[in-house]
Design a protein around this ligand. Structure first.
Ligand code: FNR
Length: 339
């Protein structure tokens, strides 16, 4: 068989993906009764992509605290009662040969749930959204602990990989960016201080989790006073020093901004961070064809390819991409009867 980069395995720590295709995390806002639990829809949705031969299925942003939900229908992992549904889903996904991951998240000032919402500074995202409470040291400590407890539950549910959601203007990103972090204690003011919240989460998570750890970042704020990919090279170096395995490189959504999007519009950031910090990266954003994915990998611009909307349109996208690249991939064993 002709060799492609897209269909070559990828090993991180004790986990080997059969190919470089990741189902990018996508909120489905489909939990019922505001309980954050896995529903039949989630199973159908994720398992379809596992049958479609995606190497790594990453579950959507999953809230570590109820106040950290983007909406009341988000998946949650703030309680031990969430473990069972996740565990059933993980075991099904694995039976189709996919590896499994989940994105641990806190929406910060972008939460739209009832009651108080939290952020590093009391600045709303826009005039339509609530003004968050500036987090006290105790709030920060409790939230770091919530990420650690979430990671422990991820382990109990049997996932292979954890991703921390540090992008898109949610809580971790709000600490990292000077546009949203106006604190003058040890959690703001300098780059080291802006990084401290994420640093504590990574250190804490690693106490309970020895598997692969990814972090998604927004590598550009699209604002003249905001962060750029060069700033994220520094953050990525620090993350690497702490034992983070891969940076999943997205961009924007920290503050309202217009973004010029085009095929692969964020790939350059993944490349800059990969070479600047000497760490593995994932590329994401308008990557829709096998040839495009192959170009990115072959030119060492990223190590993994995250696909979001194209996998909504085509759950069998890995097969589509393989066809385009002229290679054959194994179907799930249930379909492999020589028909
Ligand atoms: C998203 N995206 C997203 N990102 C993330 O980090 N966590 C999430 O939970 C979500 N949720 C989500 C829901 C839906 C419906 C969409 C379409 C997108 C962003 C997504 O992972 C991806 O980064 C972008 O969609 C760009 O990639 P594509 O769609 O161009 O392949």
């Amino acid at each position: 068989m002709r060799k492609t980069a897209l269909f070559s395995p990828y090993t991180v720590k004790n986990v080997t993906l059969k190919n470089r295709i990741v189902m990018s995390p996508m909120c489905m806002y489909s939990s019922h009764n505001e309980d954050g639990k896995v529903q039949n829809f989630h199973k159908t949705h994720y398992i379809s992509r596992a049958v479609g031969q995606v190497g790594l299925i990453m579950l959507e942003a999953t809230a570590v605290q109820p106040q950290g939900r983007i909406t009341a229908q988000d998946l949650g992992i703030w309680d031990d009662a969430h473990i069972e549904g996740l565990k059933e889903l993980v075991s099904e996904l694995k039976s189709y040969g996919s590896k499994t991951s989940i994105q641990l998240a806190h929406a910060g000032r972008k939460a739209t749930v009832d009651g108080e919402i939290y952020a590093p500074s009391a600045i709303s995202f826009n005039e339509k959204m609530k003004t968050p409470k500036e987090m006290s040291k105790e709030d920060i400590h409790d939230t770091v602990q919530a990420f650690i407890d979430g990671a422990r539950r991820v382990k109990e549910a049997g996932f292979d990989i954890i991703e921390l959601h540090g992008a898109h203007g949610y809580l971790i990103n709000e600490f990292l960016s000077p546009l949203t972090n106006k604190r003058n204690d040890e959690y703001g003011g300098t780059k080291e201080n802006q990084y401290r919240f994420l640093k504590e989460i990574i250190d804490g998570v690693k106490q309970v989790w020895d598997g692969p750890l990814f972090v998604r970042v927004s590598a550009h704020d699209y604002h003249e006073d905001g962060l750029t990919a060069e700033d994220y090279v520094t953050y990525a170096q620090w993350m690497k020093d702490q034992g983070v395995d891969l940076i999943d490189v997205s961009s924007g959504a920290v503050v309202p901004a217009s973004i010029d999007v085009y095929p692969g519009y964020q790939v350059g950031y993944a490349e800059t961070i990969r070479h600047g910090a000497n760490i593995d990266t994932g590329a994401v954003g308008l990557i829709t064809s096998g040839l495009q994915a192959e170009e990115i990998l072959r030119n060492n611009r990223s190590d993994l390819i995250f696909v979001a909307r194209e996998l909504l349109r085509d759950p069998y996208w890995p097969r589509t991409a393989a066809k385009e690249l002229g290679v054959e991939i194994d179907p799930p064993k249930q379909y492999d009867r020589g028909w």
